[in-house]
Design a binder for this molecule. Structure first.
Ligand code: SAM
Length: 288
């Protein structure tokens, strides 16, 4: 029996049956258009061999489109009513037993996933999209690629190169794991309720080798936060609390890393931040 997708009327009926009124707090904007969920799955190049993890499956529209490919899905949903109902929705729509595992959990706190998923696909809750993405990349190294839908500004920021106005701490931290790309735009009209912001798809591919050790990642992210926390300041000032306590000490580290002390954070790529981390004096460098 082939997997069938949810239609707009069925989505509303399901929500009414579960007494679910979409909340802003949980970023609940459900996709009610089959073409859009298929577009996301196509952009993610999901195939029957994939083990997909989905954050926030909601009523299941994207989940069913992923399952339609023959892939398996682990779905993490914080709303108990939605998590409890999803297996039944999947069964009614022809999903084979064992193809879907639903975890009733907060995606920001989860640290274990069954089955070592290799692909992340999600229409993310917009209020937590960056922290949840970084949390998954940090905790689940089996994820090698993904496509997620996010607020347009967030997607553009994630994919932004150094030097652009929107380049910021999320851009550098995301780049730690590998390259990001914009993968398409999505109309507001495909959501229920219609959100007040535009949405885009953004894709990533994890580098085959980690860029540095976990300790280096933590220290590099601390540098990134300090540099963008005072974005208008030169690095020798914004990083001085982490690099010796004075502009002179910070300049020496920056020189050793091959970075201009008068640069600002927005001019540096992730490799530059890592070079600063590695040039900082051991053993307890960066105060961490
Ligand atoms: N995937 C569905 C779709 O496309 O129609 C729903 C997407 S909706 C934008 C976001 C979903 O994430 C909601 O179902 C919401 O309950 C869930 N959610 C919000 N915060 C979450 C969290 N911290 N952990 C897991 N799920 C969360």
């Amino acid at each position: 029996m082939p997997v069938t997708l949810l239609g707009a009327a069925e989505i509303r009926a399901l929500a009414a049956e579960l007494d679910v009124t979409p909340t802003k707090k949980l970023g609940q904007n459900f996709v009610v258009d089959a073409n859009t969920v298929r577009k996301i799955v196509t952009a993610a190049k999901v195939s029957s061999a994939d083990r997909v993890v989905e954050i926030g499956p909601g009523l299941g529209s994207l989940t069913l489109a992923i399952l339609e490919t023959g892939a398996t899905v682990v779905a993490v949903e914080i709303d108990h009513r939605l998590a409890a109902r999803l297996p039944e929705t999947a069964r009614v729509h022809g999903v084979p037993e064992n193809a879907l595992t639903v975890l009733d959990a907060d995606a920001l706190r989860i640290t274990e996933l069954p089955g070592d998923p290799d692909v992340l696909v999600a229409n993310l809750p917009y209020n937590v999209s960056v922290p949840v993405l970084l949390h998954f990349l940090e905790h689940f190294p089996s994820i090698t690629r993904g496509v997620v839908m996010v607020q347009a500004e967030v997607g553009e920021r994630l994919a932004a190169p150094p030097g652009s106005k929107i380049y910021g701490a999320p851009s550098v931290k995301a780049a730690w794991y590998g390259p990001w790309r914009l993968a398409g735009t999505v109309s507001r009209q495909v959501f229920w309720p219609v959100p007040g912001v535009d949405s885009v798809l953004v894709g990533f591919t994890r580098d085959s080798e980690p860029r540095g050790t976990e300790t280096e990642r933590v220290r590099t992210f601390a540098l990134v936060d300090a540099a963008f926390g005072q974005r208008r300041k030169m690095l020798r000032q914004s990083l001085s609390p982490l690099l010796g306590g004075s502009a002179a000490a910070a300049s020496a580290v920056l020189d050793a890393a091959g970075v201009e002390p008068t640069d600002r954070g927005e001019q540096l790529g992730v490799a530059d931040f890592l070079a600063i981390c590695r040039a900082a004096p051991p053993p307890d460098n960066l105060g961490l």
